[in-house]
Design a protein. Structure first.
Length: 137
């Protein structure tokens, strides 16, 4: 087992851990999820059929408008939200989505998280300290 530590900047505080779900692309909001289950239903997204509940989502940035935030907050209300966000490039949607979703979130990491972390890695996010630990089998 190997552990890699990334350092970044807190978007929203807190700690969480879970299995990583990684894309080098962007993540949508409205129309991306079945909000009642957390399943990805966007036919054009590489995560189609995956479930985000309890996962650490690692992605480049948000795609879409302010509806991004509404969709990610709705996941929280439904109990199907991810555990945390690790965001390569912060934008208004990801910042506000982190807050309303009450998700520990980190950005501006010292390494590209979409290159270092792969789907299935176990990831510990300590947003208060700006630390992401990646545990690889």
């Amino acid at each position: 087992m190997k552990t890699i530590v990334l350092h970044g900047r807190k978007v929203n505080g807190g700690t969480a851990q879970g299995e990583a779900l990684v894309t080098r692309g962007s993540l949508g909001g409205y129309g991306t999820f079945d909000l009642t289950t957390g399943d990805i239903v966007d036919m054009d997204h590489e995560w189609l059929g995956q479930n985000v509940k309890g996962k650490v989502l690692v992605f480049r940035t948000a795609q879409g408008s302010s509806a991004w935030t509404i969709a990610h907050q709705a996941l929280r209300f439904a109990g199907t939200s991810p555990a945390a966000y690790v965001i390569k490039e912060i934008n208004p949607q990801t910042a506000l989505g982190s807050v309303v979703g009450r998700l520990p979130s980190i950005t501006d990491l010292d390494q590209d998280p979409t290159q270092v972390i792969v789907t299935g890695d176990w990831v510990k996010v300590d947003a208060d300290r700006g630390v992401v630990e990646v545990i690889k089998e």
